[in-house]
Unconditional design. Structure first.
Length: 147
């Protein structure tokens, strides 16, 4: 449950197969954010993932991402595919929940800014193979340099 909660902090009630509550956390506060106020912490988006999220997102309200306050914007900690899909659909805002972040995300943000990635519309759409190659290479190099 804790691992799931890490990636989806807005889901706060967990049920067993008999529909009985097994764990409940305080309800997460959601806010609406303009896409222009969201600074990505990644550079690329996977075309295959875009196809997958298109099956369950109908409106901007269907998108909930984790963010952390950053200067005069918010950093997207997760959900870059959903954010890019929002851009493709012409949505202007999404819902967000505040979460903690760490130093590596701030480093990723600085690199994104250097690459001209300042809003979700700036993310670069790649094939699944290109995405894996480029993003994994960047992450592998980043973390090997941190050690």
């Amino acid at each position: 449950i804790e691992e799931f909660l890490f990636f989806t902090p807005h889901i706060t009630i967990f049920y067993n197969e008999n529909h009985e509550i097994v764990k409940q956390y305080p309800k997460a506060e959601l806010s609406e954010l303009s896409l222009d106020d969201i600074q990505p912490s990644q550079f690329y988006v996977d075309r295959d993932k875009i196809a997958a999220v298109s099956t369950f997102i109908a409106r901007g309200e269907d998108i909930i991402i984790q963010v952390s306050k950053y200067r005069d914007k918010y950093i997207s900690l997760d959900g870059h595919t959903r954010l890019y899909y929002a851009v493709l659909q012409g949505f202007t805002s999404v819902r967000a929940v505040l979460a903690e972040t760490d130093e590596c995300i701030l480093d990723f943000v600085e690199e994104a800014i250097k690459r001209g990635i300042r809003t979700p519309k700036d993310l670069v759409l790649l094939s699944h193979e290109e995405y894996k190659e480029k993003w994994n290479k960047y992450c592998d190099e980043y973390f090997s340099n941190k050690q």
